[in-house]
Design a protein around this ligand. Structure first.
Ligand code: ADP
Ligand code: MG
Length: 548
């Protein structure tokens, strides 16, 4: 062994593997992360554009939703994946604000890159970002306004703000009304139980015909023509077992040698099915929603007993029916009793070919979203889901802030003041953090075709003058009190966006060594196109290009 090896751990790497260290490692990761952030930036805000995503099967998604874009992009770059996790955390914790969280992460990393170039150690940057993030959260709470959670007008504004720029926007008045209604119906003393809200979609109508219905919808037909279509005061059984002949053993072959034997066999089957129907009847049920199949013969027997039966009901529908009817799902008919049957009304809508199911005194509601085509309905559903979460959060948290960049500019200004008292290099990082938050109004302006620098100058001046709610209203294109203009967002989503963006940026900055078993693309040849150089593995984007 040569002397040089002593005390130095030896790393044996395969020929294909690559290693990038220190500054190069950070640069590599920052480039990859920024490429992801840049990919969603243009969708931010009401005037943001949509993306068309084409997966490897050729399926098309048209969306403006940050987390959807990132998930569908099918990126296999590890750093980029970390950024996607930011969006997912934001989605889980806040239901909205994913584009903001990811765009701010990208901007934090861009500022960090400048600081690293000035030979500021990553540790100082990380510490400064952390301090700034903690302070920003404190200030959000200070800036946030407490609201009356019964204030329907305000809640609708919150819903509309979340929907603007999405497919849901065209019908935002109608949709925000039913979204707020839905949340209020499942709220007991500021506790929102989202389990009791279900979303169903239907194509062929316009989005303005969307409605809020009491109870559940089952978009299915009765299994037999001779069954009742509607049952008032129904006794409903939810079943997760097939009403079919049980197959004794997977591999048993039954050899039948003479006609008698065949008859015998068929009789056996018939008897089994009859028995099952008998078991259902004994529970007192006159309506059965079955998650599995129902044999033809059993359908016939059920119809004879005047029992309405529906088969292959979606699992999620059966689960929602359980909430609405406040009952259990039976998965073994042998153990079913009267106790498993719940009372409710089952009404057939012949035009829409579906059932409305209402529980006796339950409080489940269904948002029936309508749209002309699948793509329209899908994007509508994404927008409405976000808005639902946002309204629910506003009701349970009770704090809101003015949007359109108002909160970000106010935070930036307060963070700059705070930076003055921060010692050492960290001060520069806190200032950089403040600048990064202002990305939000800059991009909102940019996407609305306005001059982002002019806008920012106006905004800063307004905030210096004490207008905490001064933001950019992209519809009037004015800097104004966005709260009064109806651009209102939940405070919690902003707090979450700040923490997840900071955590993600710091995670990327902490890495000083990349050891890869495969090839690492550090090629920065086409850096101008938004730093796509590090994105060697962006499989889905290839498909995207092909579609346009
Ligand atoms: P995200 O995924 O982050 O929610 P969006 O595309 O939904 O991204 O955009 C949200 C941003 O748009 C928020 O900063 C919000 O304040 C802003 N916004 C919403 N309505 C308006 C408006 N009328 N004028 C300016 N900004 C608006
Ligand atoms: Mg949004």
């Amino acid at each position: 062994m040569s002397q040089r090896m002593q005390g130095q751990p030896m790393i044996v790497m395969s020929e294909d593997s690559q290693r990038v260290k220190d500054k190069d490692a950070q640069e590599h990761n920052i480039t990859a992360a920024r490429a992801v952030a840049d990919a969603v930036r243009s969708t931010l805000g009401p005037k943001g554009m949509d993306k068309m995503l084409v997966d490897s099967m050729g399926d098309v998604t048209i969306t403006n939703d940050g987390v959807t874009i990132l998930k569908e992009m099918d990126i296999d770059n590890p750093t980029a994946e970390m950024i996607i996790e930011v969006a997912e955390t934001q989605e889980d914790e806040a239901g909205d604000g994913t584009t903001t969280a990811v765009a701010v992460t990208g901007e934090l990393l861009k500022s960090a890159e400048d600081l690293l170039e000035q030979d500021i150690h990553p540790t100082a940057v990380i510490k400064g970002f952390h301090l700034a993030s903690e302070k920003a959260r404190e200030e959000i709470d200070d800036i946030a306004e407490d609201i009356d959670t019964d204030d329907e007008d305000l809640l609708r504004k919150v819903a509309e703000t979340s929907m603007t720029g999405k497919g849901a926007e065209l019908n935002k008045e109608r949709l925000s009304e039913i979204i707020v209604d839905a949340v209020q119906q499942v709220t007991v003393e500021d506790t929102v139980d989202m389990e009791f809200i279900n979303i169903e979609t239907q194509t062929g109508h316009s989005a303005g015909e969307s409605e809020l219905l009491e109870g559940a919808i089952v978009d299915k037909d009765p299994v037999h023509d001779n069954m009742p279509k509607s049952v008032e005061d129904a006794n409903v059984l939810l079943l997760n077992e097939a009403i079919e002949v049980e197959e004794t053993d997977v591999d048993t072959e039954i050899s039948i040698n003479d006609p008698d034997q065949l008859q015998n066999f068929l009789d056996q089957e018939e008897k089994q099915l009859k028995e099952k129907v008998e078991q259902i009847k004994e529970t007192g049920a006159d309506v059965v929603f079955c998650q599995k199949g129902i044999d033809d013969m059993a359908q016939h027997y059920l119809a004879k007993e005047d029992i309405l039966a529906v088969r292959r009901v979606k699992k999620s529908d059966v689960q929602f029916l359980r909430e609405v009817l406040d009952t259990d799902i039976v998965s073994d008919l042998d153990s079913a009793t009267e106790d498993h049957v719940a009372t409710g009304n089952v009404t057939r809508d012949e035009d829409d070919e579906m059932f409305y199911v209402e529980g006796e005194d339950s409080h489940g509601v269904t948002l029936l979203l309508r749209g002309s085509t699948d793509h329209v309905v899908d994007e509508l559903e994404r927008g409405v889901t976000d808005a639902l979460d946002v309204v629910a959060q506003t009701v349970s948290d009770g704090r809101v802030v003015a949007g359109g960049g108002a909160i970000e500019v106010e935070l930036a200004s307060r963070l700059r003041d705070y930076a003055d008292g921060v010692e050492g290099r960290e001060q520069l990082a806190v200032e950089a953090f403040a600048d990064s938050l202002e990305l939000v109004p800059r991009v909102l302006a940019e996407n609305a075709g306005l001059d982002s620098i002019d806008t920012l100058v106006d905004l800063r001046a307004a905030h210096e003058g004490g207008d905490v709610r001064a933001g950019l209203n992209v519809f009037s294109t004015e800097v104004e009190d966005t709260f009064d203009a109806g651009v209102v967002e939940p405070a919690h989503a902003k707090e979450q966006a700040v923490s997840s963006a900071t955590e993600a940026a710091n995670l990327v900055l902490k890495i000083d060594d990349i050891i890869s078993a495969g090839e690492l693309s550090t090629d920065k040849g086409d850096d101008e196109a938004g730093g796509a150089g590090g994105m060697g593995g962006m499989g889905g984007m290839g498909g995207m290009g092909g579609a346009m």
